[in-house]
Design a protein around this ligand. Structure first.
Ligand code: PEP
Ligand code: MN
Length: 343
């Protein structure tokens, strides 16, 4: 059984419940090393009086069985989770566009892109300062300097920033310079990192692992939720298949499935999902038609010169073309509410 505490429950309120459980001889699971103070797991719970537990002032609700993703499941929360940021919301029905370079390279590059994307009304810019390159000889980001450049772009243009955090030791630093922290595909199952961002009061963009099942993906979201952070945006970024014509296979099936079984918003990244700039626009449109809460695309002033992922960066001209069609589709979405469908 999972006991979920209210956000504002005090330690002494929780202690009263712990005492009651102790008197009954009921054990509290050490929670696999987690020291979450938002939930507790009770193992031998067959004899527990659920109503009595729920009557404790510290308790928000209980889940009789601890499923991999009890908190992320729609059963735990009927209404959609909406991420509220200054001037933009994610998950409320109107899709968002997140755009920016794969990596921050220098001041003029990031400022140029910030101005370009905001000229189309894009409110959130992406850009990696800490990059997880496949090869140790590839560009791994400007790190702290990159964060400062993102901050400069934020102050000069008003764009909000989403950027990746790779290491638990950098979580506070990245949080200081960004509005949304990204957990990349390679780190979807880095449970220490998930736990660290679970303690923040800041949105987290959780990318699907490149070979993660639905259960593993939502299980990772659960790790963040169980630490108390409910501001999660899921991101489908393509999975590994046998196809050789694209970098990954964009699994758009997962969009309506996630909308059905989870209350969390899901966006789609057709840049990493395809690895090909020539098919990013149609796959962006497909993602929005499938009900995604947004898209995230890579754009660069001179794609052929990009320091990372040059083959999937849109040129400003291609981005302009994409934004025209995406804007039309966003208008269409305003009149087409997606309700979970029957099985
Ligand atoms: C990224 O978005 O910068 C990135 C590295 O993507 P992924 O983690 O999906 O490979
Ligand atoms: Mn990239």
């Amino acid at each position: 059984m999972i006991i979920k505490f209210k956000k504002n429950a005090t330690d002494s309120e929780k202690h009263q419940l712990f005492q009651y459980l102790e008197e009954l001889g009921i054990e509290i699971q050490p929670n696999g090393g987690s020291n979450s103070n938002q939930i507790c797991i009770v193992t031998n719970s067959d004899q527990i009086d659920c109503q009595k537990i729920e009557s404790y002032s510290s308790v928000e609700r209980i889940f009789k069985t601890a499923e991999t993703y009890s908190l992320a499941h729609r059963n735990s929360k009927q209404e959609n989770t909406v991420i509220k940021l200054p001037g933009v919301t994610i998950g409320e029905g109107i899709p968002v566009v997140i755009a920016g370079p794969c990596a921050v390279e220098n001041e003029s590059q990031i400022l140029e892109i910030a101005r370009l994307v905001s000229s189309f009304g894009v409110k959130i810019m992406r850009g990696g300062a800490f990059k997880p390159p496949t090869s140790p000889y590839s560009f791994s980001g400007l790190e702290d300097q990159g964060l400062k450049l993102l901050d400069k772009a934020r102050r000069e243009t008003g764009v909000l920033i989403v950027t990746e955090v790779l290491d638990t030791g950098d979580v506070e630093l990245v949080a200081e310079y960004s509005d949304i922290l990204q957990i990349g595909s390679r780190n979807m199952q880095n449970y220490k990192l998930l736990k660290a961002v679970g303690h923040l009061n800041k949105p987290v963009l959780l990318k699907r692992g490149m070979s993660a099942t639905l259960e593993e993906f939502l299980g990772s979201a659960e790790h963040i939720l169980s630490e108390g952070n409910e501001q999660i945006i899921l991101c489908e970024r393509g999975i590994r298949t046998f196809v050789e014509y694209s970098r990954n296979t964009l699994d758009l099936n997962i969009v309506p499935v996630i909308k059905k079984i989870s209350h969390l918003p899901i966006i789609v990244d057709p840049s990493h999902g395809t690895g090909r700039r020539d098919i990013i626009e149609p796959m962006s449109l497909a993602a929005l038609a499938a009900g995604a809460d947004g898209i995230m695309v890579e754009v660069h002033p001179s794609p052929e010169k990009a320091w990372s992922d040059p083959e999937q960066a849109l040129s400003p001209k291609q981005f302009t073309h994409l934004m025209k069609n995406v804007t039309d589709l966003i208008e269409w979405r305003k009149t087409h509410a997606f309700a979970p469908t029957e099985s």
